[in-house]
Write a protein that binds this ligand. Structure first.
Ligand code: F6R
Length: 255
């Protein structure tokens, strides 16, 4: 694991974009795994400014979203298909035909989830996966207890996750109770992973994920077993780490 503590949102976005760009540039038909939520917005902003993608052929980029709510209205601004369209496809000028989001509106979401898993496999897997992290340590919508070998499937959202995401809805009762998410095993199949976390609310999860035991209680802790993971943090998210001083990008340590 490589860990960077950056001094602000812009440098978080650019540091993450740098690692992702390096992983994508090596591939002939690159596949990018995208997360929604607030954490990765600075990465998409950096890409939109042309940072690290200047020599990438974006017309060949395939993108796969991590997750989608089940039972959310098609035109709801927080439906992840709409978020991805707004924040990624449009900003980066991707071909919408090359961008996939799990189908949360299917009448048979279990089969739709299996189909999504196969789509990722058929595309040759994910070259570079962007992750945020929940306050409970979730990655994608793999909540505590999610098996390490889980694949794309329908899950229930915990009360903690629904409360955290209530800020995007008029009222917590409008936050969906279920989602389709890539599994922990699916995410671990990505060749390169970049996780970003900002803010004090993430500090405890970040500490468990980096300094704690690998366990299903803190789903992101499995990343310790992945050979190519970079975690990019701000000071508030990283300050509880035992070796925080070594991860500060201005500390003079090798990154
Ligand atoms: C979103 C996702 C989630 C979020 C996490 C953090 O596609 O899979 O795991 O990354 O809930 O959300 P933010 O960034 O909004 O704090």
């Amino acid at each position: 694991m490589r860990i960077l503590i950056c001094d602000g949102p812009r440098s978080i976005g650019e540091s993450a974009a740098h690692v992702l760009g390096g992983a994508l540039r090596r591939r002939r038909r690159p596949t990018l795994g995208i997360a929604t939520g607030s954490s990765p917005l600075e990465i998409y902003g950096a890409f939109a400014r042309g940072i690290e993608i200047e020599d990438l052929d974006l017309s060949r980029l395939r993108a796969f979203a991590l997750d989608e709510y089940v039972g959310i209205a098609d035109d709801h601004p927080e439906r992840y298909a709409n978020v991805v369209d707004r924040e990624v496809t449009t900003k980066l000028g991707l071909d919408p035909a090359n961008v996939s989001v799990p189908d949360g509106a299917s009448s048979d979401p279990d089969t739709a989830a299996e189909r999504y898993e196969r789509q990722i496999e058929d595309a040759g897997g994910i070259d570079a996966q962007i992750l945020g992290v929940g306050t409970n340590g979730h990655i994608g919508f793999n909540e505590p207890g999610s098996p390490h070998d889980s694949r794309t499937r329908v899950v229930s959202l915990t009360a903690e996750t629904r409360a955290a995401n209530a800020r995007f809805f008029d009222d917590i009762s409008h936050v969906p109770t279920h989602a389709v998410t890539q599994g922990v095993g699916t995410i671990m199949g990505a060749r390169t992973i970049v996780m970003v976390a900002q803010g004090e609310a993430k500090a405890e999860a970040v500490r468990h994920i980096i300094d704690g035991e690998v366990s299903t209680r803190w789903p992101g802790s499995i990343l310790q077993r992945h050979p190519d993971v970079t975690i990019v943090l701000d000071e508030a998210a990283g300050h509880l780490l035992e070796f925080a001083g070594q991860y500060r990008t201005d500390a003079g340590y090798p990154a």
